[in-house]
Design a protein around this ligand. Structure first.
Ligand SMILES: *Cc1c(COP(=O)(O)O)cnc(C)c1O
Length: 332
């Protein structure tokens, strides 16, 4: 089976498993796991921030990041298809006391003018106060779209003008970095807090990080424990993350090339494919998913007429070409 459902389905490579088996570990609740600390320090440094906190999921990293800048009963603004409002099961409301309003852009992009219309700084004790802006890069449901750095900087300026914080959902920030060559620190510089995932394109089995100031991360550490997310000898997982940072970042370019091969075969303009996600319009997505499965290719329907294909570490160029041959006649 060639599995294009998600880049989360990758299994650790032999070399990654070896790194995990050899990891030096300790009890991370006591701050005693050297491998976890090394991962946290390294990721904080990559983004030019003071500190980072290793978490079990990207959803938890986002929850901790957003709650660190959005007080209970205030709001965060984001795009209507953002993961934080569509795919985190209401966690920010249920556990963070956060409310949201959204702008909509056909490609999931930041539109400073649209955002500015929504901003509600302190207007008195009768309107919800905007506390933060949130941006997703790359944008998952929009199809792995990269947010242009100039637009992110424009949003940062807007946030500063109104005294707002910026959250960056960087589950696939590595893909944006490889596609654009913008340094990770360049993305880090526009945000007060970030969530980044090791378990997507980077191919680690488990793990994400919340990134921010030392003070915010110290408070997030308490909240992570409060939510039941403190962990012990997590160094075996952190070792997978460190291995991924050493070996699996630059190769994301291969995933992007494979995604363009799939796009071309499926009649999608390859120049619309920024990274490793291809969104294909077709007459009956469920039927295509079923037919492709019978022919050895797993895909996902993300709408009645929308198919999603995601390339990753476990799909090499020849598998991508094979999948393209299978899918081409099915989506026409
Ligand atoms: C996958 C993803 C997350 C986090 O997902 P988890 O499954 O909780 O690790 C967050 N944001 C985006 C955009 C994602 O694609």
């Amino acid at each position: 089976m060639i599995d294009l459902r998600s880049d989360t389905i990758t299994r650790p490579t032999e070399a990654m498993r070896t790194a995990m088996a050899r990891a030096d570990v300790g009890d991370d609740v006591y701050g005693d796991d050297p491998t976890v600390r090394a991962l946290e320090d390294r990721v904080a440094g990559l983004f030019g921030h003071e500190a980072a906190l290793f978490t079990v999921t990207g959803s938890l990293a986002n929850l901790l990041a957003v709650r660190s800048v959005v007080p209970v009963g205030t709001e965060v603004l984001c795009e209507a298809d953002a993961h934080i409002v569509r795919a985190e099961l209401g966690a920010h409301a249920a556990l963070g006391g956060v409310t949201t309003r959204t702008w909509r852009h056909p490609r999931g992009l930041v539109d400073r003018a649209l955002v500015e219309q929504l901003v509600a700084p302190d207007l008195g004790p009768f309107l919800v106060r905007t506390a933060a802006l949130s941006v997703e890069n790359t944008h998952n449901f929009a199809g792995g779209v990269v947010q242009p750095l100039a637009a992110l900087r424009g949003l940062r300026d807007l946030a500063d003008a109104y005294g707002l914080a910026m959250h960056l959902d960087g589950a696939r920030i590595w893909n944006a970095h490889v596609a654009t060559r913008v340094p990770l620190a360049g993305y880090g510089a526009v945000a007060d807090v970030l969530g980044v995932c090791l378990s997507k394109g980077l191919g680690a089995p488990i793990g994400s990080l919340m990134v921010g100031s030392a003070e915010r991360v110290a408070e997030a550490r308490v909240w992570r424990k409060r939510l039941g997310g403190g962990w012990r000898q997590a160094g075996v997982l952190a070792a997978a993350g460190l291995h991924a940072l050493d070996h699996h970042v630059e190769r994301l370019a291969d995933d992007h090339a494979n995604a363009r091969v799939l796009a071309e075969a499926c009649g999608v303009d390859p120049t619309d494919v920024d990274t490793n996600i291809v969104v294909v319009a077709c007459a009956d997505a469920a039927a295509v998913v079923a037919d492709a499965r019978e022919r050895g290719v797993l895909t996902s329907a993300v709408g009645p007429r929308t198919l999603r294909l995601v390339t990753h570490l476990d799909v090499d160029a020849s598998a991508a070409r094979k999948a393209a041959e299978v899918l081409a006649p099915l989506v026409r």
